[in-house]
Design a protein. Structure first.
Ligand SMILES: Cc1ncc(C[n+]2csc(CCOP(=O)(O)OP(=O)(O)O)c2C)c(N)n1
Ligand SMILES: [Mg+2]
Lengths: 337, 350
């Protein structure tokens, strides 16, 4: 067991996957020689050579398209899109090619690829470095979508994603790279080195896709969250003294409906939280799913706490970011109902 | 910089083609500057440098959040280009944009206040360092997504042709950006439709932590339009005179209806890619060599002194004046209030 940051855990997962399977290749912008702008691939080129870990030009469309082609011939590319905000040029390849290859070739060709992207805000990145585009992927049949919230999960989920025979969008909340963040931006930062979830086995292990994790058991209401918002919800629950059951979804697609359903049927109340904008956000899907399966158990309308329906701002970041105060208000609202 | 965009028609040509890559595609000649032009170039480049140094300081003090990309080292590119351009020509670039805005005569106060996210900023604090605009000054941004501005600049060129306004869209992007697919879609359209666009590739040798050699199959970026028949040349982007001479030629080509032109400016950024760059991809010696041997401002300074066109005291006075403008902008950027929260909901469909 070692203490790792999320960056170190991700790097370690790459290392183990490359060591175990020669079909795994790793590439992206600044990924090889430089080791990635967040250092997630540092040292891999040195260890495995520039044939297996290499730099790509700034050509997102080409990067993902080439990865799809590699997959068709049996390689297992793990590509990094430097920030999720830069993924749009590649969206066509992700949606039209990667997601559908298996279906339209009647299973002859698959896309065992992972596309990693740092996501989310809380780092003063403004509108082109803070977005949470998960719903653009969950809307696409054929993709799996994963959002880890801590180093241990990041490693286990990444290894499971690399093993998976289909394309996985792996969204890494960049605000969590070095430590958990509960939305109190004016308090000292906490490092994973001082956090139990920073304890990561150095051995090869996987965390299964499609399985949520209950981070806090409770009976008053159910919180559905992922990524950074798990910690913000925990802070809100503690500060408000609300006995919330907090579910860290970990995988958005396929969704662990079983865990969600059991919890909401127990608590009768549900708050859905994400950083992304509200309209057509993943929260809408979650609300609908809960309503469909738990309607007769609900004692109050489901409440969503999300980013505002605006571009991610430069100034006023903390007004945009759904912090503990907004979540506490949502708790009060569902408990009243 | 209005008023400095004088013609060099009377100026004399001195040396022949100088940059590597063959005479056909390199700058035709170095054009000697007049005293006024040297002084103007000096002052404008110095303004950019001092502004950027101050922005770096404010960033270090925590007053600027997020991303901030300094232009230090590349000043001659935008200043030389602006000296050759006419009022009415548009400019558009990526996120390393502060120098471009100052060259387009935008108010340093409004630029600095945007960096600190204040309401007096050019985007009311909503855009930040990478996203600023000025309709009045014909500056079309400030774009954070690498390569996106190349297509937009192409559209500006179309609008110019459509309106027959005689203007040229000066479209700047980096060596790294030159590998984006949409650059080539743009090149094709621009040549197909004979659009007045000068594509200015600022080759500072690195895209973030990746050198041109590690990202580009061919490194003479001036020839990237060859398959579309777009002429291009490499220019010594550290010499403001070479930049201006090449820009005049390119702008004239566009204005006369011959379609787009590519200028690859060979330049260098002294600072990190952004403020959080560990700079592990190049040596300190490499940076130092560029600073001491090729600095664009030092070159002008030396010529001014050598020609007896300015004394040390004259140059000190210019520096003082520039520093005051910058100090004033920094002061404003710290005292101006943040935008009202309600601004989050303006300029967006709800
Ligand atoms: C579509 C897209 N991909 C990647 C990035 C991240 N990124 C920002 S700047 C940069 C390097 C660009 O290099 P270059 O074009 O040479 O410009 P320079 O920074 O040297 O001025 C990269 C990879 C981005 N902003 N947008
Ligand atoms: Mg560059």
């Amino acid at each position: 067991m070692a203490r790792m940051t999320m960056i170190e855990a991700i790097r370690n997962a790459h290392d183990l996957a490359m060591d175990r399977d020669r079909q795994v290749v790793v590439f992206g912008e600044d990924v090889g020689y430089f080791g990635g702008v967040f250092r997630c691939t540092a040292g891999l080129q040195k260890k495995y050579g520039s044939n297996r870990c290499f730099d790509a030009p700034i050509s997102e469309n080409g990067i993902v398209g080439a990865a799809v082609g590699m997959c068709a011939y049996g390689l297992k590319p793990v590509v990094e899109i430097q920030f999720a905000d830069y993924m749009y040029p590649a969206y066509d390849q992700i949606v039209s090619e990667a997601a559908r290859m298996r279906h339209r070739s009647a299973g002859q060709f698959t896309c065992p690829m992972v596309i990693r992207m740092p996501t989310g805000g809380g780092i003063f990145g403004g509108q082109t470095h803070s977005q949470s585009p998960e719903a653009l992927f969950t809307h696409v049949a054929g993709l799996k979508v994963v959002v880890p919230s801590n180093p241990r999960d990041a490693k286990g989920l990444l290894l499971a994603s690399i093993e998976d025979p289909d394309p996985v969008i792996f969204l890494e909340p960049k605000r969590l790279y070095n430590g958990p963040f509960d939305g109190h931006h004016d308090r000292p930062v906490v490092s994973w080195k001082n956090h139990e979830l920073g304890d990561v086995s150095e051995d090869y292990f996987t965390v299964p896709l499609g399985k949520a994790k209950i981070r806090r058991e409770g009976s008053a209401l159910t919180v559905l969250a992922y990524g950074t918002m798990v910690y913000v919800a925990q802070a809100a629950a503690e500060e408000a003294g609300v006995d919330a059951e907090i579910i860290d979804l970990r995988t958005l697609l396929p969704l662990d409906l079983e865990t969600i359903e059991a919890s909401v049927k127990k608590t009768g109340r549900c708050v859905v939280i994400h950083e992304a904008t509200k309209t057509s956000g993943f929260g809408a899907e979650l609300s609908a799913a809960v309503q469909e399966s738990c309607f007769y158990h609900l004692e109050a309308p489901i409440v969503r706490v999300t980013g505002w329906d605006t571009p991610y701002p430069h100034a006023q970041e903390w007004t945009y970011f759904p912090g503990p105060e907004r979540i506490k208000r949502a708790f009060a609202q569902v408990l009243e109902g | 910089m209005a008023g400095t965009s004088g013609k060099t028609s009377g100026a004399r040509s001195k040396s022949a083609a100088r940059s590597k890559g063959g005479a056909a595609k390199s700058s035709p000649a170095i054009v000697e500057f007049t005293k006024e032009q040297e002084l103007s170039a000096y002052r404008h480049m110095l303004l950019i440098r001092r502004f950027e140094e101050k922005a770096g300081q404010l960033y270090g003090m925590g007053l600027i959040g997020g991303f901030c990309h300094l232009y230090i080292g590349q000043e001659a590119v935008v200043v030389g280009m602006r000296m050759a351009s006419k009022d009415g020509d548009q400019m558009i670039t990526g996120y390393r944009d502060h120098g471009h805005m100052l060259a387009m005569d935008m108010d340093p106060k409004g630029v600095m206040a945007e960096l600190t996210g204040r309401r007096g900023g050019y985007s009311k604090g909503k855009g930040g360092s990478m996203h600023m605009f000025s309709k009045e000054k014909q500056f079309y941004g400030g774009h954070g997504i690498v390569g996106a501005q190349v297509s937009l600049g192409t559209g500006l060129g179309f609008a110019n042709r459509y309106r027959e306004n005689g203007a040229v869209a000066m479209t700047f992007f980096g060596d790294g950006a030159s590998n984006q697919g949409q650059v080539y879609e743009s090149f094709n359209m621009a040549q197909l439709w004979k659009l007045p666009v000068v594509y200015v590739i600022e080759n500072n040798k690195y895209g973030m932590g990746t050198s041109v050699e590690r990202a580009s199959a061919t490194t003479d970026l001036s020839q990237r339009g060859a398959s579309f028949g777009i002429p291009g040349e490499q220019v010594d982007g550290m010499d403001v005179r070479a930049v201006m001479a090449a820009s005049e030629k390119a702008l004239e080509h566009c204005r006369s209806g011959k379609g787009p032109y590519i200028l690859e400016m060979i330049t260098y950024r002294y600072r990190g890619h952004s403020m959080s760059d560990p700079a592990k991809y190049r040596s300190k010696e490499e940076v130092q060599k560029m600073r001491t041997e090729h600095d664009p401002i030092e070159q002008v300074r030396k010529r001014l002194l050598d020609n007896g066109w300015a004394s040390e005291d004259d140059l000190k006075a210019i520096d003082k004046e520039v520093r005051e403008i910058v100090a004033e902008s920094a002061e404003f950027a710290q005292t101006d209030p943040e935008p009202d929260v309600s601004e989050l909901y303006t300029d967006i469909l709800l």
